[in-house]
Design a protein around this ligand. Structure first.
Ligand SMILES: [Zn+2]
Length: 432
């Protein structure tokens, strides 16, 4: 059999298999999409391709014009067109063209199709579109939804929610208000010292685990600081916390702005959260590698900065997101060395399809294949998930076909490995 025939056979088999989607940012309640104001351009340019068109030269002020729903859609298309064309063949661009063909039967996003596409898109804003894309078209059994630091009510059979404990490390003001006042209200306590802060953190963690029924945490802190967390003495963290808290209280709780914790308290709290996670045998999803958007400190996200954590917390399963791109070689070595380090290809297939193929080729040569999860859409909007998953299935099939051709394993075994990567492994790694 030629490699192409092997590839097609593997792809056909993998397409029929169920998928666990390890990571999404979709709206947990579809009614927000149904009743929201987005049209196709504002939704599709909410992230990812928006970063590529800006990278290719579109001024941020013009991106805002393109996102402005009040303007005519064709006029907006003409503003973004040269930059979209330059970005069409990146992973982000390709995923969207694949999506609109499958979901709306429209051949590519361009000047000739943009009005028809928008009409079809607006008609899709009804209940059931999520189910249609995620279940019927994609075959996703469940998506792990990153709900950031929020508490959310209600449930959705398409999702399981994953919580970020970030507010206890870098408290941020949010739509829910200032963090400390919120915590004091929720737990009827007054935060006067580090012990209170640690107690609130433990209570909030256990509340989230019980409420959302998952044993998974998520950490996106590499957007804000380095992934190196030093071990800090309790007495040092305690004094530092008290000084920061006293200043914040003196300034009238900073008129609703959140307390900024000094770096040594941040480090201490990360270790404390990992102790709690270690006791509870949790899986901790960590953002590693490239940050979305235009401009950040890439080197903050190098997964080798976390080596002290892997060693110190052996009962925490660390799931390295996004293959740590462009540190995928480092991630590969870490996955090989540490029993509690796992590789997650979420977002990766659209960051760079070819890097994902090369990385998976390497992972399968170096790491036992039960440690790799093949797919997480990582999208804010549901249509993108289809194109991303299609590319993930292509990439995985390509790599497996090449290894069958080399005689490393049989075609049947390749299909088994495909199922492990898309389904069995994430089921086990995330304790679903
Ligand atoms: Zn994400």
């Amino acid at each position: 059999m030629s490699e192409n025939i092997i590839y097609k056979e593997i792809f056909k088999q993998i397409e029929k298999q169920p998928v666990i989607d390890t990571h999404e940012h979709l709206l947990w309640d579809e009614s927000y999409r149904v009743n929201g104001e987005d049209d196709v351009l504002s939704e599709y340019l909410s992230h990812y391709l928006s970063s590529d068109v800006v990278s290719s030269g579109l001024k941020p002020v013009d991106l805002e014009k393109v996102r402005d729903k009040k303007r005519d859609i064709y006029e907006r298309w003409k503003i973004v067109e040269p930059y979209w064309e330059a970005s069409r063949f990146t992973g982000y661009g390709r995923a969207l063209d694949i999506s609109v063909k499958a979901i709306y039967d429209i051949d590519g996003i361009n000047g000739a199709t943009i009005r028809d596409l928008n009409d079809a898109f607006m008609k899709s804003k009804r209940p059931g579109h999520y189910n249609h894309v995620l279940k019927e078209l994609c075959g996703i059994q469940v998506s792990l939804l990153d709900i950031w630091t929020f508490r959310l009510d209600g449930d959705n059979p398409l999702f399981k929610r994953v919580w970020q404990p970030l507010n206890f490390i870098i408290p941020a003001s949010s739509a829910e208000g200032e963090v400390i006042s919120n915590i004091e209200k929720n737990y009827s306590i007054r935060v006067n010292n580090l012990d209170h802060w640690m107690e609130a953190c433990r209570k909030e963690l256990d509340y989230m685990l019980a409420t959302y029924g998952v044993k998974i945490l998520k950490c996106s802190i590499a957007y804000s600081r380095s992934l190196r967390f030093e071990k800090v003495e309790y007495s040092v963290a305690k004094d530092s916390f008290n000084t920061a808290l006293a200043k914040w209280e003196r300034e009238g709780r900073l008129q609703g702005k959140s307390l900024e914790l000094p770096i040594e308290v941040q480090d201490f709290m990360m270790h404390y959260i990992l102790e709690l996670a270690n006791e509870r045998n949790l899986t901790f999803q960590f953002h590693t590698g490239i940050q979305e958007g235009n401009g950040n400190i890439l080197t903050n996200s190098d997964p080798s900065l976390m080596i002290n954590l892997f060693t110190e917390y052996p009962d925490v399963d660390f799931d390295l997101f996004h293959i740590s791109y462009p540190y995928q070689n480092v991630a590969c070595a870490l996955g090989k060395m540490f029993p509690n380090v796992f590789i997650d290809m979420c977002w990766a297939h659209i960051i760079s399809p070819s890097a994902s193929i090369r990385a998976l080729d390497d992972f399968l040569d170096a790491i036992p294949y039960n440690k790799i999860s093949a797919f997480g859409g990582d999208y804010l909007f549901v249509d993108g998930v289809y194109g991303h998953l299609y590319m993930a299935r292509q990439n995985v099939s390509r790599v497996l076909a090449e290894k069958v051709k080399q005689g490393i394993f049989s075609l049947d075994k390749a299909v088994d490995i495909g199922k492990a990567l898309f389904y069995d492994n994430p089921m086990r790694i995330f304790k679903l």
